[in-house]
Design a protein around this ligand. Structure first.
Ligand SMILES: [Zn+2]
Length: 212
């Protein structure tokens, strides 16, 4: 009994010293490793985020109001009897988004459908594509920027050309005859503009829902 107490005391001191030594050995390693790791992580994160954001925000075309974007970018339909529906002003109708000449006023006619009607487009300015809503209608878009214009119908017998481009006034701007046409804004590249318009549409779904 007399021997054991000092031995136990000595052993416990050795354990305590060992434990203390081990914590001293680990702590400095942790403290030197963790700050360097923390420095690297935020640096790489802040570098990558602004780059990807700035790429998506590039849009070379004219700025659009919400009403203009609803029709031109989100394929909405303007209310009847607006804008140029009954205009007799002679001139050139250009794309609101990119300034590309789309229609001559000499091809405009009164269809009484509620929207400006043309029986021909300026050659090469308007692209036809099957409407995606399953209605079988043919959508017309600006050949240069892809902006939505309206729909085209055939065999209605309005004019000798038997064609009616039913166009939203808000998609166009009339430049009266004698006035200089603004410069056409070309997309950076055809692939980029198509990808940009595709990305924009799903990012603003509330407007699509309300229009239905
Ligand atoms: Zn355009």
């Amino acid at each position: 009994m007399k021997f054991r107490l000092p031995i136990l005391f000595g052993v416990s001191i050795l354990f305590a010293l060992g434990a203390y030594a081990s914590t001293r050995a680990i702590d400095p390693q942790k403290s030197t490793d963790s700050p360097s790791a923390n420095k690297d992580e935020p640096a790489t994160k802040t570098k990558s985020v602004p780059l990807s954001k700035s790429k998506k925000m590039i849009d070379p075309f004219n700025k659009l109001t919400k009403d203009e974007a609803d029709v031109i970018l989100r394929k909405g339909t303007e209310a009847r009897e607006r804008g140029y529906t009954h205009s007799k002003v002679t001139g050139t109708y250009i794309c609101k988004r990119c300034n590309a000449p789309l229609y001559n006023s000499t091809d405009k006619f009164e269809s009484h459908c509620g929207w400006p009607s043309f029986d021909a487009e300026i050659k090469g300015s308007v692209k036809r594509q099957l409407e995606t809503d399953g209605s079988g209608r043919i959508e017309i878009v600006c050949e240069n920027c892809g902006g939505h214009l309206g729909h085209v119908f055939a065999d209605e017998g309005y004019t000798a050309k038997n064609t009616r481009h039913c166009v939203n006034s808000i998609s166009m701007k009339l430049i009266a005859i004698g006035k200089e046409l603004p410069e056409v804004i070309k997309p950076d590249s055809e692939k980029d503009s198509a990808a940009a318009s595709e990305k924009k549409e799903p990012s603003e779904p509330p407007i699509k829902k309300s229009s239905k």
